[in-house]
Design a protein around this ligand. Structure first.
Ligand code: DAK
Length: 257
């Protein structure tokens, strides 16, 4: 796997992956997306990792899919590439993904961000789905996840005009989780990831799965899935440990069993 466009390291129980194509504002090339999905899947099946932190650079989280990859492609070529299979792999990651976002999060970059679970954004971050300026529409969920996050009125405004949202607007519309000062955007996101990583890994996966169900399933079905997950957790050592630790007034030592 070529890893130059992705840097990665492990910090405690957090896997940190950084998108690293500074010359093109972290544009998401096809090989990068393929490697990103593979790397995320590897960390997803690594028991030592509880949370994945996905980051860009200070100037750009990602300014979109690499326009050069698509500029001369025909409909048939785009279909044959079956890029959606790669995005589906990222969608299938079971562990929580924290996004550390600074600078541009546009087009496919914004869509990738919306595949993450907790989005920590620098006060300088800018968000948008500007595909309309290129004569296309968002292709990896930008008309759907974005609309579910911000509502129809704002989605129409942003997608049809191609305008960018500031971090403040994005927070007020519910697109991101928190805004942090630009001086320590990355450290703040790492702190959030490390804090989440102290929780029980089985409960984390269950909570993520259940919240994501709210985006796809009818309420009654999502509630019954939630109930099943809730009962299942009572068969884990982590549930016993969490409640025993509470009674003993100490920090729980979750083992992921
Ligand atoms: N792709 C390739 N190169 C890009 C790029 C991109 N998305 N964004 C920026 N760059 C390159 C620029 O061409 C420039 O390269 P040089 O000229 O230096 O060689 C370099 O990055 C610096 O950019 P600028 O000089 O333009 O920097 P500025 O600060 O002036 O402007 C900007 C920053 C972010 C406003 C501007 O670069 C910009 O508008 N970039 C394009 C944003 C955009 O339109 N994004 C949407 C791309 S379409 C799919 C899944 C997803 C997608 C498609 C299919 N399937 C599953 C099938 C997604 C599509 C998209 O994202």
């Amino acid at each position: 796997m070529s890893e130059q466009h992705l840097l990665h390291e492990v910090d405690g129980n957090v896997a940190i992956i950084r998108i690293n194509r500074p010359k093109v504002l972290n544009a998401l090339s096809l090989p990068l997306m393929k490697d990103l999905a593979t790397m995320m899947k590897q960390y997803d099946s690594d028991d030592n990792i509880h949370v994945i932190l996905l980051s860009g650079s200070e100037r750009a989280w990602a300014a979109g899919a690499d326009i050069g990859d698509m500029a001369t492609a025909s409909s048939d070529e785009m279909r044959k590439r079956n890029q959606f299979a790669i995005w589906e792999q990222i969608k299938a990651i079971k562990k929580p993904i924290v996004a550390a976002v600074s600078g541009f999060a546009l087009g496919g970059g914004c869509e990738l961000m919306m595949h993450c679970d907790i989005i920590i954004a620098s006060e300088n971050a800018l968000f948008g789905q500007p595909e309309i300026n290129l004569g296309i529409i968002p292709g990896a969920g930008g008309t759907q996840r974005f609309t579910r996050a911000v509502g129809k009125a704002t989605a129409m405004d942003v997608v049809l005009s191609g305008r960018f949202l500031s971090a403040k607007e994005a927070l007020s519309y519910g697109l991101i989780s928190r805004i942090v000062p630009k001086e320590h955007w990355f450290e703040s996101a790492l702190e959030v990831a490390a804090q989440v990583a102290t929780k029980g890994p089985i409960a984390l996966r269950a909570a993520k799965a259940s919240i994501l169900n709210s985006q796809e399933l009818p309420l009654s079905q999502a509630l019954s899935e939630e109930r099943a997950l809730f009962y299942e957790l009572f068969s884990t050592n982590d549930q016993t440990e969490g409640m025993t630790a509470f009674a003993e007034k100490r920090k729980p030592n979750f083992t992921g069993t």
